[in-house]
Design a protein. Structure first.
Length: 320
């Protein structure tokens, strides 16, 4: 569909907020702050197809340049606040003009509007963290709650963003962006786990391991434990970090092996505590699922019998 002319019947001036105009594309400049970390080429192609089939249905929000901005940039009159994909698609289609809606905002208010217009894009948590970092610069401590209210979030999110971005150096940020561009879905909580390392150089080394393994939050915590124990992040092996699987050993009452130790390995389920009598080698077992008191000394619990009867061995399961 070819671009149609827009006939405006209004007594409003060109600077009036909410006014819809058809503006030459060359007079519009991209936003100086784009909350989108990147735009996928396929998104532009899809928008081109939509514009060709249906035309421009929704105007893009823009603001007027200030006189100071206009003096420095005489070629443009407006700046995008949103609709970056429509803008790029129209350029590629060779359109000469674009339908815009005038918004009466400047400065930080313009940035906030641009961010809110793009909220919900891929990996929006990371884009939000970067936006929060940008907005907190030079602000007093009390501004955190103001920002939380503006973003319709809570103070915890603001604090998490401040902590993570404060520990991400340029190399880490570049790696995250590269992986996002390659289509990886990076989860917030596993990445945030790395802040427990409290060192941007260690985080830079641990981050590739986390991203390559596409780790869950529990897996990321194991990586952090490994590094905090003095190991190099690049030497981390998830299989070795979980420890070797214990060989199947039938459990007897004469065994000096602690049931609590086996429970810690995941081989006995439902066991609350277990202690060994070092004099007669008998085991006193208290089952977590039993409500009628502990079994008599020398009598195996149901859990003990289940382990002894398991001839095929038990393979521990790691919860993600």
């Amino acid at each position: 569909m070819e671009q149609t002319n827009l006939q405006e019947k209004t007594t409003q001036t060109e600077n009036s907020p909410g006014l819809i105009l058809l503006v030459p594309l060359k007079r519009i400049r991209p936003t100086t702050y784009n909350p989108r970390l990147f735009i996928r080429p396929e998104s532009i192609q899809a928008k081109k197809a939509s514009l060709q089939a249906l035309g421009q249905i929704t105007p893009v929000p823009v603001r007027h340049l200030t006189p100071e901005e206009k003096a420095q940039d005489p070629d443009h009159d407006y700046e995008l606040l949103g609709g970056n994909i429509r803008y790029l698609a129209a350029q590629e289609l060779g359109w000469e003009s674009l339908k815009v809606e005038i918004r009466n905002v400047q400065g930080e208010d313009a940035e906030m509007m641009a961010f809110m217009d793009n909220e919900g894009v891929d990996n929006s948590w990371y884009a939000k963290y970067l936006f929060i970092e940008r907005r907190l610069k030079g602000k007093p401590r009390g501004y955190k709650q103001v920002l939380a209210d503006q973003l319709e979030t809570n103070a915890t999110t603001i604090s998490r963003a401040e902590r993570l971005t404060g520990l991400l150096n340029q190399a880490s940020r570049a790696l995250i962006l590269q992986n996002l561009q390659n289509g990886q879905k990076i989860k917030e909580n596993p990445v945030f786990c790395l802040t427990d390392l409290e060192d941007e150089d260690l985080i830079e080394k641990a981050l590739p391991v986390l991203l390559k393994g596409e780790m869950t939050e529990p897996q990321a915590k194991k990586l952090v434990e490994w590094v905090k124990a003095g190991n190099r992040p690049e030497d981390y092996d998830p299989a070795k970090a979980q420890g070797p699987k214990a060989a199947h050993t039938p459990l007897s009452l004469g065994s000096t092996q602690s049931l609590s130790a086996l429970a810690g390995e995941g081989r006995v389920r439902g066991v609350g505590t277990a202690k060994a009598n070092t004099k007669n080698k008998d085991l006193t077992v208290v089952a977590g699922s039993r409500t009628g008191g502990q079994p008599p000394v020398g009598q195996p619990s149901a859990e003990t019998e289940a382990v002894s009867a398991n001839d095929s061995g038990y393979h521990s399961k790691v919860n993600d």
